[in-house]
Design a protein around this ligand. Sequence first.
Ligand code: PHE
Length: 495
Amino acid sequence: MDIEAKILELLASAESVSTLELASSLGVDHQDVVGASKSLEADGYVVSSVTSVSQWKFSAEGLDIRQNGSPEFLLWALLASGSKQQDEVVTALGKEAATVAMSNGMKQKLFKLTKEEGNTILTRDPKVTTLEDSTRRLLDAAAKGGHVDPKDADALKKRKLASFDSVKTFVLVKGPSYAPTRGSKAATDLTREMLADGSWQTNTFKKYNFNATGREPLAGQQHPLLKVRQEFREMFLELGFQEMHTQQWVESSFWNFDTLFVPQKHPARDAQDTFFISKPDQSPTPDADYLKRVKDIHEEGYLCDWSANESARNVLRTHTTAVSSWVLNQLAQSSPLRPDGRRDFRPARYFSIDRVFRNEEMDKTHLCEFHQVEGFVVDRNLSLANMMHLLNQFFRRIGIEQLRFKPAFNPYTEPSMEIFGFHTGLKKWMEVGNSGVFRPEMLKPMGFDEDVTAIAWGLSLERPTMIKYGIKNIHELFGHKVDLRFIKKSKIARY
Ligand code: PHE
């Protein structure tokens, strides 16, 4: 059917046309009428104004009940001639309708169920002598536009038979280029043929619609965490830091704890805080000399036995500081010893941003894994002042200008400081990281000269990302509940 022609024809004599009324009088889908009117409007034949009306919509089941009666009523009618076995009911009504009929009918106390030799028998409740099919009556009233009590409307909706929804409809009036029939459609594109036969000179062309929303580009999008990671990475590189290789998630306790002077009896080593790996449960021991020096410093410092067996246990790394330790040791090993007994040592700056794992209770702000941003600078005679300056430089670049430091404790740093930053958006001080000067007990076994110090800090990548993107629940950012549309729609982060 040519709906466009119909609209133009009606407007020749009528003041206005309602898309909804036209759809029902033509017996076509409302959306098709809307489509036709939009096309006419684009060429100026009509002008539309939008209104919304509430309208009943019936489900297939609702339509069926309106025509044939509700399942419970049909069952009640079926039982007029006496009790029936459940199988007979299923044959008569169909499996689905029989189930609905029995469940609704039992609720309304229309029937009784009895068991006889393994068969279920249905009988009318003698107390119900007459029954009106109220569901059918309601659906009928709704379809005819009669009054339906809000409570009843709710019941219909709940049973998924019908719903009273508001629909957008349009009222159409004549437009500036109205004509009772449509001329040839305006061309959208200049074609080779038009140029060849000269028809381009007389053709009308559709105006460009510069307000149309463009099509969403079908491109991949980086996850917000990865975008922020890239920004952090670039910032580190600008400050002269090198990236550490952190792709190995499983570490031995030796690198994750022992080289960091974390005592073997430290609570963080407990299975409650750390994920231990069972296959394989241990890693080969590293360089025997270094191992011995680590063992000695533990036994000296903590006055208790140190077990190589405990040290070989594999864990999912709990921090990337395990990698910092490995890199520092490499650095010491590759610094040649001079004749004066000191090492020819090169100062260095390293960073990493990668996953770490902790056996934590999960809630809105905690997951069992997160990304740690980690950096360290190693040089001779670095002081706390150097460290505070460096942290100020770093955090200023991520938009946190004011810092406060609070004394803290880490087994591997002394002094240790928690870092608080003032969030100008939220107008409050928030913990943004942890830092410290690596202890001599950590650096000495590696073979560094005594005046070599390393200052280091760590923070999570998730927290600044959540603040940046206004995310309150970490599950929206990371893990299996992440909505892919959120990733597509999220803005490119800028600091
Ligand atoms: N490893 C620390 C943590 O897990 C972060 C840190 C790194 C602290 C370096 C001090 C020095 O929180």
